[in-house]
Each structure stands twice: as C-alpha cells, then as structure tokens.
Design a protein around this ligand. Structure first.
Ligand SMILES: Cc1cc2nc3c(=O)[nH]c(=O)nc-3n(C[C@H](O)[C@H](O)[C@H](O)COP(=O)(O)O)c2cc1C
Length: 160
C-alpha cells in the first residue's frame, strides 16, 4: 500500500502506458476508471467528443482502492485530452469523488502540439485545493521523457 494513488482513464492505451510508467517510478497504487459507454470506432470517437464538449458526466463503474481516497497523501489523475477538455470519464470521477481529494496532480495525455494547459483550471473546479503539480505529455514526442521526468521531480519534491 502506497501513500500515492494514480487514477486514470484511457480509451486507446496511451494514458494507461504513461500512468503505468509514473506509478512504477513512484511505487504508487493504481486505479483505472471505466464507464459502460461503447467508445470504439468512429461513433465512439464522436461520442467522446460530444461528451467532452457538452460536459456530460457518464456513469462510471464502481471503484475499489487499497485505502479511502481521502487518506492518500497525493492522488495523480491521468486523462486523455478530448476536444481541449479532460475526458468525460475523468470528469465523472472528479464530480463524484473530487471533494475527497486533498492533494492532486494532473497528467494530460494529448495527441496534438497544443499543450491544453487550460484544462488544469477546468479540473481544479472539482477539488478543494487545486493542483500541486501537472504535466501535459504527448507520447512519442521529442520532449516526452524530459517533461515526464520534470513531473516526477515536482511530485517527489511535494512528497518530501
Ligand atoms: C474525441 C477526441 C477528441 C480529442 N481531442 C484532442 C484535442 O483537443 N487535443 C489533443 O491534443 N488531442 C486530442 N485527442 C487525442 C487524444 O488526446 C490522444 O490520442 C490521447 O493520447 C488518447 O489517450 P488514450 O489512448 O489514453 O485514450 C482527442 C481524442 C479523442 C478521442
């Protein structure tokens, strides 16, 4: 059992890979969140975009963690970027559990050059104290390892 929890949603595996790397580097507990919406194929893609733009909060599957969310010293939330917003599934998690998260950090996994850093403020609305660290990463990009290391440095500093 760790004092850090990595929570993520991933539709096509990028955020899962990134959050697995981060969790391994920190020895963190891991929670993958899921919903029951079919998000495959072009219709699934469109549904994701619509959910993000309309700020829909799809019901998510029940979650199970090693200890209560409020007892983690740090919760790192990982989400793909959808239409310049966090994924609808992460929004559902935040809306339901955000108030229990006293210390959070964000990892955005994106597909374009645009860093979409405005999403940090959008996510802060759901948590009591805002975020203490954040990163926006694009898998395969030149700066990926550098910015991931920089994020880990910020987090380790927080946990000192
Ligand atoms: C509906 C939809 C909208 C997206 N919009 C953006 C966007 O606005 N900016 C961006 O950089 N990437 C965007 N992406 C790309 C994803 O953020 C990117 O492919 C990410 O790595 C997916 O993570 P995953 O594999 O964990 O699902 C979008 C993807 C989807 C499905």
């Amino acid at each position: 059992m760790s004092n850090v929890l990595c929570v993520y949603y991933s539709r096509t595996g990028n955020t899962r890979q990134t959050m697995t790397e981060i969790a391994e580097a920190l020895g963190a507990d891991v929670l993958e969140i899921r919903d029951e919406v079919e998000r495959g194929g072009i219709f699934g893609w469109l549904r994701c975009g619509l959910d993000a733009v309309s700020r829909t909060v799809p019901p998510i599957m029940p979650i199970e963690t090693e200890k209560p969310l409020s007892e983690y010293r740090l919760v790192i939330l990982g989400t793909p970027v959808w239409a310049s917003r966090c994924s609808g599934v992460m929004r559902s998690f935040l809306k339901r559990y955000g108030r229990k998260l006293h210390n959070v950090a964000y990892v955005l996994v994106r597909g374009s050059e645009d860093k979409n850093e405005e999403i940090y403020d959008q996510m802060d609305v759901y948590v009591p104290n805002g975020h203490c660290a954040a990163a926006t990463l694009r898998r395969g990009s030149v700066g990926y390892v550098f910015w991931q290391e920089e994020f880990l440095r910020q987090v380790r500093e927080q946990l000192k």
